[in-house]
Design a protein around this ligand. Structure first.
Ligand code: CU
Length: 392
């Protein structure tokens, strides 16, 4: 009970070193070290707020509402934290034990204080809680006043995104991968599904993060506002936000926001038969023989086809659902947003996808990879690349 004699005996020397105002050398160097670490961390957080992936730069109503929620919560919590810690530190310094001081006056309880620090936080948390839920409800569905909502099903796969438009416009169904194209100023409802493990759908500047769960459909919506975008088409980066296996960090996608006319033109041109050069025709044969079990390259991927692949995959066959490649050549990137689309990168990818995506199912399952090496001839690889870059 009370102060131990050992404690009071030690106190004067400790206080003396604290009161002489100067920091001792080891303490000063430790202080400088912490300062340096904080400075480095600050640089990292500064990097977080830049570029196409910043939640602090919303480009539409949903991301804006989410940012507002974040800002209000963080500021109220920061102010509360500073106040409470301030009073605590003030009390600890102001009323600290001094040498020669006897036992302080003993008190117990203070009804007014107890009530104040129970009631104030309760009210605060209730306001913040109720308001958060109201905002979450508000951004759950596109505004009822919207006269058109584009609907897309996004399916998570290890480690890429499939996008299915049941009606992309004019009744046309489209299946594509890793690049979601949407018209500007149009609400887009995204139905979220997964064919393997849990993923999470996140476009930092537009909306997120909502989990993609096998056998259960979640949803979110977003809209890209023209008055927050400098030039069209604009690209917004997306990212899987739930750890989903080895290459989770390489599971990205892009949202391309287009003028309505450009979007309509894409829908119109999607899956139109292309005129193939002789080399590309050879490539098409290579493709049909080696790639078509997992990839589609002509028109829509019927849901049944994908389901069949998923079933084959789950049964352990030489099959894994792969991205629909119908419009591959019109994309900026491939392999889920990690490689720029050009011949050189396509060749490197086909040689060994594992160099870019550890554990990917293409090199694990495709029979033409033996011991991590592509056994197709260089000529066949060149031909299939010729074919791939004709897929518009
Ligand atoms: Cu994922």
């Amino acid at each position: 009970m009370g102060f131990s004699p050992r404690g009071s005996a030690r106190r004067p020397t400790e206080l003396a070193s604290r009161e002489d105002g100067e920091m001792s050398n080891p303490r000063r160097s430790r202080f400088i070290k912490y300062l340096a670490i904080s400075a480095v961390l600050l640089v990292f957080t500064a990097a977080c707020s830049q570029g196409d992936r910043s939640t602090f730069n919303p480009a539409g109503p949903v991301a804006e509402a989410q940012l507002m929620l974040f800002n209000v919560l963080i500021w109220i919590m920061a102010i509360t934290f500073v106040l409470v810690e301030g009073v605590l530190i003030y009390a600890a310094i102001r009323f600290r034990a001094r040498p020669g001081q006897g036992r302080p006056v003993q008190t117990h309880g203070n009804m007014k204080l107890e009530i104040a620090w129970t009631v104030i936080p309760t009210i605060l948390i209730m306001i913040l809680g109720v308001w958060s839920v109201v905002v979450l409800w508000q951004i759950d569905q596109p505004p009822a006043s919207a006269d058109y909502v584009l609907e897309v099903t996004a399916t998570g796969h290890q480690w890429w995104f499939e996008f299915d438009y049941a009606d992309a416009g004019g009744g046309k169904a489209i299946t594509t991968a890793n690049e979601l194209r949407v018209p500007v100023d149009t609400p887009v409802r995204v139905l979220l599904e997964s064919d393997d493990v849990i993923h999470s759908f996140w476009i930092p500047r537009l909306a997120g993060k909502v989990d993609m769960i096998p056998t259960h459909t979640n949803r979110l919506w977003f809209q890209a506002d023209s008055n927050k975008i400098e030039t069209l088409p604009a690209t917004f980066l997306g990212q899987c936000a739930e750890f989903c296996g080895l290459s989770h960090a390489l599971m990205k996608f892009e949202v391309t926001v287009m003028e309505q006319d450009d979007y309509d033109a894409w829908v119109e041109s999607y899956g139109q038969p292309q005129i193939l050069s002789p080399k590309a025709q050879q490539g098409q044969n290579v493709f049909n023989a080696n790639c078509a079990s997992c990839h589609t390259s002509t028109g829509a991927d019927a849901a049944a086809l994908v389901d069949g692949r998923v079933a084959g995959f789950l049964a352990g066959g030489n099959i894994a659902p792969g991205p629909n490649l119908t419009d591959l050549a019109t994309r900026r990137k491939f392999a889920a947003g990690i490689l720029d689309l050009n011949e050189e990168n396509l060749r490197a990818w086909l040689k060994n996808p594992n160099d870019f995506k550890p554990g990917n199912w293409m090199s694990k399952k495709a029979p033409f990879y033996q011991g991590g090496k592509n056994t197709l001839s260089d000529d066949d690889i060149s031909a299939v690349i010729e074919y791939l870059i004709s897929l518009k």
